[in-house]
Design a protein around this ligand. Sequence first.
Ligand code: SF4
Length: 302
Amino acid sequence: MFKYSLDNKRYHTLNYYYKNKYHQKIVKIPVDLGTSCPNKINGGCIFCDGDFACPKSTASIKEQFLKNKTVIDHKWPNSGYVIYFQNGTNTYGDFKKLTAKINEALTIPNVFGITIATRPDCINNNWITYFKELNQKTDLIIELGLQSMHNETLKLINRGHSREDFDKCVKLLKKHHIKVVAHIINGLPYETKEMMIDTAKYLNDLGIDGIKIHMLYVNKNTLLATWLKEDKFKLLTKEAYIDIVANQLTYLDPKIVIHRITGDPDLKALIAPTFLIKKVSLTNDIDKYMKEHDLYQGCNLK
Ligand code: SF4
């Protein structure tokens, strides 16, 4: 049995990480800081429909937390919480105003951690100093989008930063013992299986603490939707995605926490692929594939 799982998975689950650390159920509660994204000025990433970049909530952090917690409490009463600043680029904007809002999260009872999603080109020295302090007070995680280690892909998808920007940012955060979770996307146009596996290997060598693995999906009103219509690229099949994820996991150190192995598309916006709608079935199929091929996280590391 794989050490870092409580439910027979062959990879280090987030559930295991939290249960092992806090001995209770921990639930992530998304809260909106109302930030936008600097890449929108350049047209944004080709798969972005802008929804993430729109400020959505003007309610206070506590108000948003209480509202979102009510929904969660029916399913998991008496949990601990991690406040998740997910939407937009959460270090892009007025430093004082944003940090004041983040600090508000620390005053909420039963909050064990704070997770902040941002871009690698949006963390300056002020933020590093702030994160160092915040890291002493709570279980801080910084989530950074990379998507691919290949600069030609980053250029193609109009990411607006390079692998070198990501590299520099991760090294700076790690120098100050701040945990980093990287986001990657499988199936970006013209990437081969080997290129995607190289992204996993690269992140492993960089010493990230966690990873979110997504499958590329196409939303309405995006440049990617036009490309799909014009048959400029092909989406991965379900079988190909399963094979790639299972193999990426084999090149990740077992200590790296796997926060996700598939995306969560908004069904109203989604064009394709529809197999992502059945998330549980997809994760079960990944488990099955790993078992059949006797693969587990890190098994291909020397
Ligand atoms: S970084 Fe995120 S919010 Fe900004 S354009 Fe890309 S996908 Fe959209």
